[in-house]
Design a protein around this ligand. Sequence first.
Ligand SMILES: [Zn+2]
Length: 434
Amino acid sequence: MANLLIKNCIVIPMEKNLHEPGERYFVGEIAVAGNRIVHVGPVGTVPRDFKAERVLDAAGKVALPGLVNAHTHAAMTLLRSYADDLPLMQWLETRIWPLEAKLTPEDVYWGTKLSILEMLKAGVTTFADMYFFMDQVAQAVQESGMRASLSRGIVGGDRGLQALEESEALAEKWHGFEDGRITVMLGPHAPYTCPPDFLRTVIGKAKELELGIHIHLAETADEVETIKSRYGKRPVELMEEIGLFEVPVLAAHCVYLEPHEIKILSDYKVKAVHNPESNMKLASGIAPVPEMLEAGVTVALGTDGAASNNNLDLFGEMRAAALLHKVNKLDSTVLNSYQALQMATKAGAQALGLTDVGILKAGYKADIILLDFEKPHLYPRHDVVAHLVYAMQASDVDTVMVDGRILVENGQVLTLDEQEIYQKIRECSQRLTS
Ligand SMILES: [Zn+2]
């Protein structure tokens, strides 16, 4: 990969914490060598010995770390708008699960490719996925050049151990692939689908393989009641008791938490993923995000699958998060635009265990997006960060770089054949619904 200099753009490094003094953005330049950022600074500060083989003049654009979609089920793009406006269990039992039972490995491959196409065009450079036929998912990620953390979804019962074996095979083949562009976590689905003994086996395997765990946790009031009636404890209490939090955990949803459970998540450094649009659409509830942030919990942002959202647009998700908590608390200061942006970048990377992703800083991986600010809805420029959360559209994404490689240029994805993907999706969806 060539040495690249991006110059004259507004740079938002996302390195500063919320209350750190100083400017959050400046007009500057970013130098990239191979798959790493080697310099970020104001205009004219790039070291003299840096020889750029390519210069991108990004005047009128904003440079931001690539967005991290920290919880999704990528291939569920195939189910987009197949079932909406239904109660959760009816939605799952009569629509989603019967269609998912028909999915083939090839369907999952093309469904994932569609989601990667959508995410890349919307500035998402990394996603955390939980689904099945994960070898096909990994293949789609590999071909696209995107970054991902992959988990084979595991449900306890007859086929639980087999799914765990598949997870181990997935990790052997893909964990750490291409300097860590693809990583693997174990994916026990949820406390109500994985009994404690089975979860202990999964935790043991995670320790043995030194992998994290991606799980749905405390998503609905029903889940809390089910777990309480079965085990006499709330989900987070039960997970603490069986030792889940002894390994790195990516916990999706975290809607139903008592104050002492927020403390448990904070004490064990559990990473929470907020999915506001999914929680609203399925009428699950409102996660206590301001309380979690106050307690020092790392909170990332996710779209969840396209059947419960129905898009994979993290700009929309940031806006939903910022607005939802304001109206919930009747307090417009409760979650500000910089916090929402942190959730979608730096916190997302931390949640996935990526220690050199999520910030624009020398030494970090070159996952960079350039946003076209020459748009009517982005003038004037009183506050660029607020624009990103309250006014930006996914279609404003101009350039996307992952691991030092440009994957999107002028809004076009270079590594995927858009028309081929649409054709395959038409074929898959026709067969699935016939
Ligand atoms: Zn989910």
